[in-house]
Design a protein around this ligand. Structure first.
Ligand code: GLN
Ligand code: ZN
Length: 764
């Protein structure tokens, strides 16, 4: 221990901005509806920020983040900060109306101006707005809005640390011009950042954190080489810079990072960064910020294990060691204290954003004053953990042994695709170019109201089920009269494709207020997988067999795949994701078997999140893909030859994972292709994808009804790449967000397009 008990500095990289009870969401949406003005919205935001600062102070966070607040998205804020609104918007000042224009589009005389595209922030479920740069638009700093917020925080707590996304990450994640061009602009952008930093210094800030999470990606050498000159340019008198990397280990870049002209480095220990190796290389004046608390885990930390790791480091570095969560706490719900409905043994083990602040303070105390000083808290955490481990359903040994016995190295259907296809054709008796949909049909107000009434106990289960049966019967009738070939029940009973299954499975829990921002005002409430996953009874068989009883045409069963359930949940931390994926696959396997036994001739297992599970660095891809494919195959391999297995993926790039997609060995895959004008199919054509494909021919994200001709054209493009025997005709994705009128019109055209082409091919 160092002689004096200086506490290690505690800090955070960022905090949820949506506020308690999603206050900011409601204020934003009222503002957008014109119910409150910009001042009232600003007021709501100030309250959210002030409350957060109270929590920081209460927990004793020494250098809380500031400037990380946004009314929509931080990348879009940066566009305005540096004058990078696309030209179509004209001259946008840096204010919140402009931010909303970038985020949500803007009406104009020539029709509406398209908003910026949105995409996932690294491997999180947060979505950022993609800046559109242009080769000549200069970077013009307009910092008043940001400086006002920073001033507000500094007035409250002079140790607050402004946080900015770094210039190279901003450029890397932007679009509009080529990667080379973006890198070429780096010196110019660095100049603008330098001016900004000197203005921040003038406000009295001591430290600024610059986030460069691209340091954890496979970066080309010229981008890596740009860090040195750019950060050299950012050196600002009177200001110290903390460069932050997170989400993925900086492996192989220690020497580069240690030598950059900054005053401190933050690394993500939970992603596997090696603190000791970094400490070995770090010049003696630099701070090492250890991102020790996993900023994306909802579970309490194992304090003694962390102390084991940190004590020697603290001895070496003394006050140069800082402690932090690994990344911004934005990706966690706000407060586990709200979860009064969960089993206490589970709730006591949760650590959301606020609890992370307390854990941080405990770690600092444990280091500075010795473990004895926090012995009481350590004991309480250990005890809570033991209660969780003892919880019924946490470890179902019988179930685990069963799973181990049935999970083979490479689960496989009984026969290869070609032989299955013959059996399926004989049974399903579909025309060439068969038509189908992706599963959901419009979720009307009436359907939502019925589900809500049932949830609140206002109507009983009999009445609820009757209403859902009626919705299913309507959907079947509609599909029959439209002339679709492979029908679906329409999913009226499903609120969300993961929640619906989770609620019927053991091992899942649902929070009351565990909201996490997904984009703008939109939040999601992921379920928690805390125990072994068990299916107490069939999940979808009643709905599917009811739908099938109404028609002579085949009805496709509809399930959410193991990888998607995993990706859209918070997962227990005592098992690997791989193990949990197999548990999820095992319950789906039972469901596939039951659907098959009940006479269902086609089952779709949706995996829209298949690709987003990919690790950030290529080196990790094979490992992930191996188990993800294995889980899908385990879930579906029980299907008899003549049961057709479909899968569906949307928003996916397939080029680099096409062999894994083929490895799923689904009989049919439907994908989103309309917006890329069937380009996505190239990967399938080049690879000579062996099974059947349904490239979407209707972009369901747009309210436009595609014409027969448009869809015929798209199908002709597809026919250049996929043999007619293996081509399906379907929309890009599910129809739950669309209205019946457009659905009817578009599907009518879709069926007509298929009929048209069948004539050309001489088969009906
Ligand atoms: N079967 C789902 C639906 O139609 C698929 C949703 C999705 O791909 N995200 O809604
Ligand atoms: Zn989809």
């Amino acid at each position: 221990m160092p002689a004096t008990t200086t506490y290690p500095v505690t800090h955070i990289l960022g905090f949820p901005r949506i506020g308690r009870e999603r206050a900011l969401k409601w204020a934003l949406e009222r503002h957008w509806r014109g119910e409150i003005d910009a001042d009232a919205l600003q007021h709501a935001a100030r309250e959210v920020r002030a409350e957060s600062r109270q929590w920081f102070r209460g927990a004793g966070v020494e250098r809380p983040a500031c400037g990380d607040f946004t009314f929509y998205d931080g990348m879009a804020d940066l566009c305005l900060l540096f004058g990078q609104a696309p030209d179509r918007f004209g001259d946008l000042p840096n204010d919140i109306a402009s931010l909303f224009a970038l985020a949500r589009g803007k009406p104009s005389e020539q029709g509406s101006l398209a908003p910026l595209a949105m995409t996932k922030w690294f491997d999180t479920n947060y979505h950022y707005l993609v800046p559109e740069l242009d080769a000549t638009r200069p970077f013009r700093l307009d910092a008043d809005r940001l400086l006002t917020e920073i001033r507000e925080s500094l007035a409250d707590d002079p140790a607050s640390k402004p946080v900015l996304i770094g210039p190279l990450t901003f450029l890397w994640l932007s679009a509009g011009v080529s990667r080379e061009e973006r890198l070429r602009r780096a010196p110019e952008l660095a100049d603008a950042y330098a001016t900004l930093l000197s203005e921040i210094a003038a406000l009295g800030a001591e430290w600024v954190q610059l986030d460069e999470p691209i340091l954890g990606l496979d970066l080309p050498a010229d981008w890596l080489a740009a860090f040195e000159p750019v950060y050299h340019r950012l050196k600002t008198p009177g200001l110290r810079l903390l460069l932050a990397s997170y989400f993925s280990p900086i492996e192989g870049r220690l020497a580069l990072l240690a030598s950059l002209p900054v005053d401190g480095l933050h690394v993500d220990v939970s992603a596997g960064d090696d603190l000791d190796a970094l400490a070995d290389r770090l010049p003696a004046f630099k701070v090492l910020s250890a991102g020790v608390l996993d900023g994306r885990s909802i579970w309490r930390a194992d304090l003694p294990a962390l102390l084991d790791r940190l004590e020697p480091l603290y001895e070496r570095l003394g006050e140069r060691l800082w402690l932090a969560p690994s990344c911004s706490l934005l990706h966690l719900p706000l407060d586990a204290g709200e979860e009064t409905d969960l089993p206490p043994a589970l709730a006591a083990n949760l650590s959301f954003a606020r609890q992370k602040l307390d854990e941080l303070a405990l770690l600092a105390r444990g280091l500075a004053e010795g473990r004895e000083a926090i012995a009481h808290e350590i004991e309480a955490t250990t005890e809570a953990r033991l209660r969780l481990e003892a919880l019924d359903g946490r470890q179902d040994t019988v179930r685990r042994e069963q799973l181990a016995r049935s999970l083979t190295e490479k689960p496989a259907r009984a026969r290869p695709y070609a032989e299955r296809a013959t059996a399926q054709r004989a049974r399903l008796n579909l025309p060439t170019l068969p038509t189908t949909t992706i599963g959901s049909f419009p979720q009307t107000d009436a359907i939502r109201a019925t589900r809500r009434a049932h949830r609140r106990g206002e109507i009983d289960t009999t009445a609820y089920e009757q209403a859902m049966r009626e919705a299913i019967a309507d959907t079947i009738r509609e599909q029959e009269s439209l002339g679709l070939d492979l029908l679906v029940h329409g999913e009226p009973e499903r609120n969300d494709m993961v929640e619906y299954f989770g609620q019927q499975l053991e091992g899942f829990a649902f929070t009351r207020a565990g909201w996490v921002q997904s984009y703008g005002s939109r939040c999601v409430k992921p379920p928690i997988i805390w125990g072994d996953v068990v299916r107490p009874r069939p999940l979808t068989v009643d709905w599917s067999t009811y739908a099938q009883s109404l028609t002579d045409r085949p009805v496709k069963g509809m399930l959410t795949g193991p990888v998607t359930m995993l990706s859209w949940s918070f997962v227990r931390d005592d098992l690997s994701r791989e193990e949990v994926a197999y548990q999820l696959a095992a319950v789906l396997r039972e469901e596939v078997a039951d659907l098959s036994a009940a006479g269902i001739a086609a089952v779709q297992v949706d995996e829209p999140a298949f690709r987003e599970g990919l690790p950030l660095r290529r080196a990790g891809w094979d490992g992930y893909l191996d188990w993800a494919v294995r889980a899908f195959r385990f879930a579906t391999a029980v299907a008899p030859d003549d049961v057709q297995i479909h899968t569906h993926m949307c928003y996916s790039e397939f080029n680099d994972i096409i062999d894994a997609i083929a490895g799923l060995d689904a009989d049919v895959i439907t994908i989103e292709t309309t917006r890329s004008n069937m380009k996505l199919l190239d990967a399938f054509a080049e690879f000579e994808y062996p099974n059947e494909i349904g490239p979407g021919v209707w972009d369901i994200h747009s309210p436009l009804v595609p014409s027969v001709e448009e869809m015929v054209d798209r199908l002709r493009l597809a026919l250049d790449k996929v043999p007619v025997e293996r081509l399906w005709v379907n929309p890009d994705c599910g129809l739950k967000t669309r209205g019946w009128e457009e659905v009817r019109a578009a599907l009518q055209n879709l069926v007509a397009a298929a009929v048209d082409l069948r004539r050309d091919y001489g088969r009906e």
